[in-house]
Design a protein around this ligand. Structure first.
Ligand SMILES: [Zn+2]
Length: 320
């Protein structure tokens, strides 16, 4: 299949993370107690019931890790919230980050965010015409850019919001409705920080081989609900586990979305795995998840992009 994937580690970050998480969580809890957390709009979102609850916990089939590496968090991941009953308060609140913004006294993690040159003006690609959405694992461009995508949404750490906001890099979130319904406001904080929200089904079911009706319900349904919740209807789609068939791509287009995505690199527990070669290539799409190791994964992805001499760019900017 593919050559063994070279890896590199950010294990030294873990000790730092414990310290910084403690620093972050304490003001977050105080803010909640004081009633100044952004409880906000969680209650305003109404989630239609997605069938097959718990689909996000289905185990990936036995395939090479870099291909199957989508959608299932560690076994201790938080369970999806009660359908249709978003929590009264966000499960997590991101306090402000004055240290990061001023550059004074920034915690070690924030100091490790790589610095990138500005992204070039995006050159939109040409999508094939036809009855099906395009299927892409990278953007065909020679521009020195790469694309970071973050999937699912089961784990919602305050420090993830802090890190994304502090990094000022564009990211695309492929969110699963069942994963986010316990706290949709969490992702509004990320969107406010520049993240763009795209679709990843209602229940995280494997779509390949399923009926057109089921695929339509999962794909259109997730785009409809994300559009209603966040004020922008997704234009991109990622099938759970990266598994699709021709029906998936046809339905993706029928549901109003332009392209569906695989990936070239995956990140898990601070380790970047390459499908080809040993570095991120221009136009590559990198996959990570909202998992307990978010900080390690996010920093590892950015470092790999930086090491390749590339700059994070926004996937949506390259899609016509
Ligand atoms: Zn997924």
């Amino acid at each position: 299949m593919r050559p063994p994937a070279p890896v590199w580690h950010l294990s030294s970050l873990r000790a730092l993370r414990v310290r910084v998480v403690a620093r972050i969580l304490t003001p977050a809890l105080l803010a909640l107690i004081a009633g100044i957390g952004c409880a906000g709009d969680s209650n305003q979102v109404r989630w239609a019931d997605g069938r097959g609850h718990g689909g996000g916990q289905q185990a990936p089939s036995a395939r090479p890790r870099a291909i199957a590496d989508d959608g299932v968090d560690s076994p201790d991941q938080p369970q999806p919230g009660t359908p249709g009953k978003p929590s009264a308060l966000p499960s997590s609140v991101a306090p402000p980050l004055p240290a990061a913004r001023t550059g004074g006294g920034a915690p070690g993690i924030l100091a490790r965010i790589p610095q990138f040159p500005p992204a070039p003006r995006a050159e939109k690609i040409t999508l094939p015409q036809g009855p099906a959405a395009a299927w892409l694992s990278h953007i065909p461009t020679s521009q020195k850019v790469a694309f970071l995508t973050i999937d699912d949404g089961w784990t919602k750490q305050p420090e993830a919001v802090q890190l994304v906001q502090a990094a000022h890099v564009p990211v695309t979130l492929f969110l699963t409705i069942n994963a986010i319904r316990s706290d949709p406001g969490y992702f509004k904080q990320l969107a406010a920080g520049g993240a763009v929200i795209e679709a990843h089904t209602l229940t995280h079911i494997e779509l390949k081989g399923k009926s057109r009706d089921l695929q339509r319900r999962e794909i259109c349904g997730s785009a409809d609900q994300l559009g209603a919740a966040y004020g922008r209807r997704p234009v991109l789609f990622r099938p759970p586990f990266g598994d699709k068939d021709e029906t998936t791509l046809q339905v993706t287009q029928e549901c109003g979305m332009k392209a569906a995505f695989f990936w070239k690199e995956t990140v898990d527990k601070g380790v970047v795995r390459f499908q080809e070669g040993q570095t991120v290539q221009p136009g590559d799409i990198i996959l990570m998840h909202f998992r307990p190791a978010f900080v390690d994964d996010f920093l590892a992805a950015l470092q790999a992009i930086h090491d390749a001499g590339l700059t994070p760019a926004l996937l949506e900017d390259y899609i016509p």
